[in-house]
Design a protein around this ligand. Structure first.
Ligand SMILES: [Zn+2]
Length: 402
């Protein structure tokens, strides 16, 4: 139970009650995807006439449509209601340091179209290119009405200014992406850290629906973490909470882009792993005279080589997995989420790295058995689903209360 904040509260009006009831009805329709007005009245305890009024409003606003007609032995046959996924859509933008993906999805996070581009080097070029592509995408799917643009980023978004702050792997500082994107597209824009967005995707679209304490670890160029605790996304007072990737695990460790040394991400990220591969390779392949002859491998290369049985790539991934285990144990010990989900390309090698992460965690975590660790399915594009969740939650989430 939350204590009422006496410096920032809103008293309940009949409008608040209506909004709460409307969202409960909308969520029941989403959960069942074919439900009659009578069943909605039974499940909510609301009067049939109240349910009918809410449905009328939801249909006027295009959120809900009537579908199949059901069977009834006597009396009127019920008409089933479902979400209007054919009409309403969401634009998602997954911004990463090297590549950006733009997608158009329906309300269930099924992607209708998507395209990727190398991330433009400056925020100005990024905004210009992304706006152009979003406008093209909307024009080619003019049957869909877009409810908003969700953007996930490798950084933190300040809760007050909505500016991108602390994005060491992107190198952009104190940037306003929201205002120009809203002005250029006429759509509301929601920005969120990638790990937080993935946490929301698990809650709204994942296998974790119903889980109230969840941690996400995004493993990419750096490491991000996002938390839903007691059913609520953890932001901290400014929006920067959850930076376990920049917690020091070795004070004498290599320098990190954040300015510190020995952060978790300099040991366990994709970037760290390609560096391990480069270090390990010459000792295995004596034929090479110098590193200069070896082309720079990408993390994708390391994954592919490990799959082909390359011992250097396997060793690099196993070293990464050990360090992932160290950090996952830290997260589990600090917050005891019931579930920690890893997100990223590395999850494709889960059969290799999963057991190492779990073993390291079991050795280091003094709380035994309270937290499960699993991998998100990389093929489901968890980051992009997170961008859809950012818009969905505004319409389906519980309204803000005192
Ligand atoms: Zn750092």
């Amino acid at each position: 139970m939350r204590k009422i904040d006496l410096s920032n509260f809103q008293i309940a009006t009949s409008g608040t009650a209506r909004e709460v009831n409307r969202r409960i009805v909308l969520n029941l329709i989403r959960a069942h995807n074919a439900i009659s007005r009578a069943d909605l009245a039974r499940k909510t305890g609301l009067q049939r006439s109240t349910v009918s009024l809410i449905i009328e409003q939801l249909m006027t606003e295009d959120w809900v449509v009537e579908g199949m007609v059901g069977y009834s032995a006597r009396g009127r046959k019920p008409t089933y209601l479902r979400l209007n996924t054919e009409r309403l859509g969401v634009i998602g933008v997954n911004l990463r340091p090297y590549s950006t993906t733009i997608a158009l999805a329906d309300l269930n996070a099924n992607f209708r179209a998507q395209e990727s581009l190398p991330t433009p080097p400056t925020p100005e070029l990024f905004l210009r290119e992304v706006t152009r592509r979003i406008n093209n995408l909307r024009q080619s799917h003019s049957g869909l009405t877009c409810e908003g643009i969700g953007v996930c980023l490798p950084g933190r978004v300040d809760l007050g200014t909505q500016k991108l702050v602390f994005a060491p792997n992107l190198g952009w500082e104190d940037v306003d992406l929201k205002t120009p994107l809203e002005a250029a597209t006429g759509l509301p824009v929601a920005l969120e850290n990638a790990a937080n967005a993935c946490a929301l995707a698990e809650i709204w679209f994942g296998r974790s629906e119903g889980v109230r304490d969840l941690a996400i670890v995004t493993v990419s160029e750096g490491i991000g973490t996002g938390f839903v605790l007691n059913g609520q996304l953890v932001t901290g007072p400014t929006g920067r909470a959850g930076e376990f990737g920049h917690v020091t695990i070795d004070p004498e460790g290599p320098p990190c882009k954040c300015g510190n040394r020995g952060c978790w991400e300099v040991f366990a990220s994709n970037t760290a792993t390609t560096a391990y591969y480069r270090q390990i390779m010459p000792t295995h392949r004596r034929g090479h005279r110098s590193n200069a002859a070896i082309p720079e491998p990408t993390f994708e290369d390391v994954l592919r080589l490990a799959e082909l049985g390359d011992p250097c790539a396997s060793e690099a991934l196993e070293r990464m997995a050990g360090y992932l285990g160290v950090g996952v144990a830290m997260v589990a010990t600090a917050l005891e989420p019931s579930l920690i989900v890893l997100v990223g390309e590395v999850t494709r090698a889960w059969s290799r790295i999963g057991p190492i992460i779990k073993k390291t965690m079991a050795e280091r975590c003094p709380l035994k058995g309270a937290t499960r660790v699993s991998a998100a399915d990389d093929a489901l594009q968890p980051r992009l689903r997170g961008t859809v969740a950012l818009i969905i939650q505004k319409h389906f989430g519980a309204p803000a209360v005192a």
